[in-house]
Design a protein around this ligand. Structure first.
Ligand SMILES: [Cu+2]
Length: 218
């Protein structure tokens, strides 16, 4: 079951790839078995006319029609996969311009923890290894690193981006369900890498904003 908007897109694309691969596999293996049986060697078998012979130019095979047919079928299958993949990449790499206040969060990776900074209009509020977000809202994360290369990923969300010092990578998602998910570093970053984990806590809208408003220093 999908848990976010971007994951829905990953899931449907993955499904499209899988179903097409299975369909092509069934056709190829059925033909393979059919031809193995049909053209198996018999005492009466003889060499086909176009068998290559050493030292002789091959005769023209004249299979233009099957070449055109195979190429057209491949094109019909591959073009939707290419268009679908680029569409998904474009969507995932294009975060929404406007997200609600409290939904744009900075992620800074450190050896060996993730720090989340919420801009609340007064004094930025920071949490460590716990990322709170509201359900049903677009959430934009700007990811960077304070020391070495890390990679910020959310297991179950199929979302991941590099955390590089001096550079900011942006990812976004729109969670469908409340609950806790595991955040993990996906780039070997030192001895503590194995334990560089955090929690994504998807909260109800009311619970999130009551927490967020409580971080504002008046
Ligand atoms: Cu790391």
């Amino acid at each position: 079951m999908a848990v976010s908007s971007t994951q829905v897109q990953f899931d449907s694309l993955f499904g499209l790839f899988t179903y097409l691969a299975v369909a092509v596999g069934i056709v190829v293996f059925s033909l393979l078995i059919y031809f193995i049986v049909k053209y198996r060697e018999k005492p009466s078998s003889r060499q086909p006319d176009d068998t290559p012979i050493l030292g002789k130019m091959p005769i023209s095979r004249g299979h233009a029609r099957s070449v055109v047919l195979t190429l057209s079928l491949s094109t019909l299958i591959i073009v939707p996969l290419i268009v679908g993949s680029f569409g998904a990449i474009d969507n995932i790499l294009t975060p929404p311009q406007h997200v609600c206040q409290g939904c744009a969060i900075e992620v800074t990776a450190h050896q060996f923890y993730f720090q989340f900074t919420y801009d609340n209009g007064t004094k930025p509020y920071q949490t460590r290894d716990l990322l709170r977000v509201p359900v049903g809202e677009n959430v934009r994360l700007t990811v960077t690193s304070a020391d070495v290369f890390h990679d910020f990923g959310i297991i179950g969300y199929d979302i991941k981006t590099d955390a590089i010092p001096g550079r900011t990578n942006t990812i976004w998602f729109n969670p469908d369900k409340t609950g806790n998910f595991t955040i993990q570093c996906f780039e070997f970053c030192g001895v503590g890498h194995y334990n560089m984990k955090g929690t994504l806590m998807v909260m109800s809208y009311a619970a999130y904003f009551s927490w967020y408003n409580s971080t504002v220093v008046h």
